[in-house]
Write a protein that binds this ligand. Structure first.
Ligand SMILES: [Zn+2]
Length: 88
């Protein structure tokens, strides 16, 4: 009897990030240039996390903090989760 390989499909459209309280993504680093001094700042999602229901990251600039000026800003973005079958 010929073996039938099972199929795999994902249907629908994601409505935001998965419902997890703290979404860590080790290996992913978000980067943004400080809107005041231009310094490149980063959010490492191995250490930091995205909060439940939000697709945004808050960046902090140590240089601006030391200078006593506003040192944080938030970037909103769309998260995406991909579900891919593995070859066996
Ligand atoms: Zn700055």
């Amino acid at each position: 009897m010929e073996e039938i390989k099972p199929t795999f499909r994902v249907e629908g459209t994601s409505r935001g990030l998965p419902e997890v309280k703290r979404l860590h993504l080790p290996g992913i680093i978000l980067k943004s240039d400080c809107p005041r001094c231009g310094r490149e700042c980063s959010v490492d999602l191995a250490d930091e996390y995205l909060s439940y229901g939000e697709a945004e990251a808050t960046f902090y600039c140590g240089g601006c903090e030391r200078a006593g000026v506003e040192s944080d800003w938030t970037i909103c973005f769309q998260g995406e989760v991909r579900l891919l079958p593995l070859d066996e």
